[in-house]
Ligand binder design. Structure first.
Ligand SMILES: *Cc1c(COP(=O)(O)O)cnc(C)c1O
Length: 359
């Protein structure tokens, strides 16, 4: 049996089937149906946030966030150490990503390097709470206020994490999230925007459904709505969140114990209540990483290179700034298999193979 870096949580099938039977009875499949509304309410309560929008995926959430904040041109300061969607959503909106290098100890954007990247074209900062580690939200907000910039957090990994006592998704003008099947909490496909300002939230509410209500058209919009079938999966999964997080914590703590001293590990910030979204490890160099991958793959174990390459190296970006820290970390970082019910024996086996190949 193969072991992959993630395994989607699936609720007991009869729990899902009950929701599906109700959808068939009602014959309402999408367009802000009752399950979408119920899920929005329950997630808002779970996170303790307002102005929460459940959307079709985490990428459209980033694009909508830019549009709702009127960022249609100019430069957006962002991190090179993320999944490609962070950068591609900026480019897709015809803005220019300006990469600022990352902290070596938690892989989030280096706040001390942001100001020197600001020009008269800069409109926004789009950092990422990568792997569920918190950005320096206080200082990022201070810089944004000083220069009149918007802040959009790509919080695709931040669900269930808390920072200074509140959801990590409650910072910035808008925080986005992804509920893709590979993420900590999922609705098969799905995403969200959490909006600070009610006026911006009302605008985004229209923009996510073509900009109209009935026959009255207000503004340019797109289709970012989500279906009842997806919401049903979310409603089934949400009650299992504490089980999912504690299972992932159990696996992470086993890795910590077995791998102590043979791989590098990030340093979570003070004030962060971690969600165990990923288990990243740093090897000494790329050849050590490739050696470990080779040995694990032979046993049908498939970790992933998250994130590689550093996004300033994407082939469709010209003249991106060099980001030596991100480029170095990208070349030698990987995420180990992590899911709530990962078998104890498999964790031990993975750790042993890593130990043998990192001597
Ligand atoms: C998964 C992910 C996204 C995109 O989310 P989708 O729901 O797959 O569109 C964006 N940013 C980061 C950092 C991600 O990991």
């Amino acid at each position: 049996m193969s072991v992959f870096v993630t395994k989607s949580f699936l609720p007991p099938m009869d729990e899902y089937n009950k929701y599906i039977a109700n959808i068939f009875n009602r014959d309402i499949l999408t367009n802000q149906g009752p399950l979408v509304q119920e899920l929005q309410k329950k997630i808002s309560d779970f996170l303790g946030v307002e102005n929460f929008h459940y959307l079709s995926n985490g990428t459209i959430a980033l694009q909508l966030a830019l549009v709702a904040l009127d960022i249609n041109d100019g430069e957006v300061i962002t991190t090179p150490f993320s999944y490609v969607a962070t950068t591609s959503s900026i480019l897709w909106q015809r803005c220019t990503p300006k990469f600022v290098d990352i902290e070596s100890d938690n892989f989030t954007i280096d706040v001390n390097k942001i100001e020197s990247a600001i020009t008269d074209k800069t409109r926004a900062i789009m950092p990422v709470h990568v792997f569920g580690y918190a950005c320096d939200t206080d200082n990022i907000q201070k810089i944004a206020d000083k220069h009149g910039l918007r802040v959009i957090y790509d919080g695709a990994h931040a669900f269930g994490a808390k920072y200074h006592g509140k959801s990590l998704l409650s910072y910035g003008d808008i925080s986005t999230c992804s509920f893709h099947a590979t993420k900590l909490f999922h609705t098969i496909e799905g995403g969200a925007c959490i909006v600070r300002d009610k006026t911006v939230s009302d605008k985004l509410e229209l923009q996510k459904r073509f900009g109209h209500t009935g026959d009255e058209h207000f503004i340019l919009g797109i289709n970012a709505k989500q279906s009842e079938f997806h919401a049903a999966m979310g409603l089934c999964n949400l009650p299992y969140m504490s089980q999912i997080i504690s299972g992932r914590r159990r696996v992470s703590e086993m890795y910590d114990k077995y791998l102590d001293g043979c791989v590098g590990r990030p340093q979570p910030q003070a004030g962060l209540e971690y969600n165990y979204a990923y288990y990243p490890v740093l090897f000494k160099n790329e050849s050590e990483l490739l050696r470990v991958f080779d040995a694990l793959n032979k046993q049908n174990i498939f970790p992933r290179r998250y994130f590689y390459p550093s996004l300033n190296k994407l082939p469709y970006i010209a003249n991106a700034t060099a980001c030596p820290v991100s480029e170095d970390i990208s070349s030698r970082i990987a995420c180990l298999p992590l899911y709530y019910d990962l078998d104890t024996d498999i964790v031990a086996r993975i750790a042993n193979i890593i130990k043998e190949n990192t001597k």
